[in-house]
Design a protein around this ligand. Structure first.
Ligand code: DWN
Length: 410
């Protein structure tokens, strides 16, 4: 039983462990051919619940430098669905808040500028922050001013001195990625103008549990949020959770939290908080049996793939995603079951999946080699990928979706 650290949000020493996915390699640490013989670092992946502030979190703290700087190949622009989602958000904010050249929009974890360019194209002043060097460089090359550093209270104060207070701060898929949670949220509070809007997006822990999305658990994701854990966290820094939106088709079910310096709590937020209490999401019981669900998915998926293999079928996979690494390493899916993984991200092609060392190639190979089945590791983009791969399906290819229940589609 691992030594349980204090809660990364409220500091209480009451964490309850409910899931152990073993010692696994870093999910985004894709390997170059020459690295295949080298020893691959592995870290325990254990998940716990804090009964005091309701934050679900992993126990292990891999240094962010190792996670997001040394070998981070995730580029947001390789998903049209995500680009559309981001453009719509930007357009609405420009409209609703009357943003213009005198406004300042800051995005934390701005990646390759996929979101900020929508504001820049409408004449709004923007600033990105992202420690990932290749992504920050790509953004700066595209004319999106980006600071390649980790965000926290010190950087926030410096940026405020240099650029003035922010009118809008956007933090998508980053508040889950920071071990120093209070320094991060404190930084947001230090950066924003009094009447500013802060919007934060992250997958909803409820969907992770009810849809068996255990593969979205990996070392980059330190925290898994509910409205209750977010509300408790941001109030500690003088911010208020004022509104919430739900996107069921983004990353397996995502919430967008709207926050501000002044309390103006919507009925929607009150309803979410009440429902979380009523459904037990604020108590350990909600998480206690999740490990059984995960175990069942593993057994069923191995049986499905093993059965197809034994009938002589060929199987590939789609999406060299971080969640794909958790899935194949926890379930035990290696090159004996899956011949190759395809991915549009050219930075990932020619490399190998962590741990299981399955080769990553261009999606064109799916048509060139026409495997009988294709395991959807990037299941969160099922609709987009099925549209894109109509020809593969027309020629008889079949996709397999691993969660919530392993099934052959179509
Ligand atoms: O938190 C994170 C989430 C939001 O995104 C990041 N830490 C990393 C990333 O997680 P992931 O790697 O599990 O995410 P994706 O976005 O589900 O990865 C999908 C992969 O599939 C990417 O490598 C891009 C690729 N892809 C593709 O080849 N063709 C994606 C689409 C939509 C496609 O059509």
């Amino acid at each position: 039983m691992p030594e349980l650290p204090p809660c990364r949000s409220c500091g209480a020493s009451e964490l309850h462990l409910f899931l152990s996915l073993g010692d696994v390699p870093l999910a985004d640490n894709l390997l170059r051919p020459e690295a295949l013989q080298e020893l691959e670092p592995r870290f325990p992946l254990d998940v716990a619940f804090c009964p005091r502030c309701c934050l679900v979190q992993i126990l292990e703290e891999v240094p962010p430098q190792q996670l997001f700087v040394d070998n981070y190949l995730y580029f947001s622009s390789f998903s049209d669905h995500l680009l559309d989602h981001s453009r719509r958000h930007a357009e609405r904010l420009v409209e609703d808040r009357g943003l213009g050249p005198d406004s300042l929009v800051v995005e934390l974890a701005s990646n390759d500028g996929y979101l900020l360019r929508n504001f820049r194209n409408r004449g709004v002043r923007v600033l990105g922050v992202d420690p990932a060097p290749a992504q920050a460089q790509a953004a700066n090359d595209a004319g999106i001013p980006t600071v390649a550093e980790f965000f926290g209270t010190d950087l926030a104060k410096r940026l405020r001195d240099e650029h003035g207070p922010a009118d809008v701060v956007i933090a998508n898929n980053v508040m889950a990625h920071v071990p120093e949670l209070n320094d991060f949220v404190g930084g947001i509070a230090a950066l924003v103008a009094d009447d500013a809007l802060v919007t934060v997006e992250n997958p909803y822990v409820r969907d992770l549990i009810i849809h068996g999305e255990f593969d979205t658990i990996y070392h980059e994701h330190f925290s898994y949020y509910s409205c209750t854990s977010v509300d408790t966290l941001v109030r500690r820094h003088g911010l208020y959770l004022n509104d919430v939106e739900y996107f069921p088709d983004l990353h397996g079910g995502t919430l967008r939290w709207h926050m501000g310096r002044t309390p103006d709590v919507s009925d929607t937020v009150s309803a979410y908080l009440a429902r979380e209490r009523e459904t037990g999401l604020t108590g350990f019981g909600y998480y206690r049996d999740f490990a059984l669900t995960v175990e069942r998915i593993r057994t069923d998926l191995l049986d499905l793939l093993g059965g197809l293999r034994s009938q002589g079928a060929s199987i590939a996979a789609y999406g060299a995603a971080a969640k794909g690494s958790t899935l194949i390493n926890y379930v035990g899916i290696g090159p004996e079951l899956v011949d190759f993984v395809v991915d549009r991200n050219t930075y990932k092609q020619g490399k190998f999946m962590p741990g299981m060392h399955i080769p990553i190639v261009d999606p064109q190979v799916l048509l060139d080699r026409q495997p009988d089945y294709c395991l959807l590791l990037a299941w969160n983009f099922t609709d987009e990928i099925l549209r894109q791969q109509e020809e593969y399906v027309r020629r008889g290819g079949r996709f397999i979706r691993p969660v919530p229940v392993p099934e052959i589609l179509g």
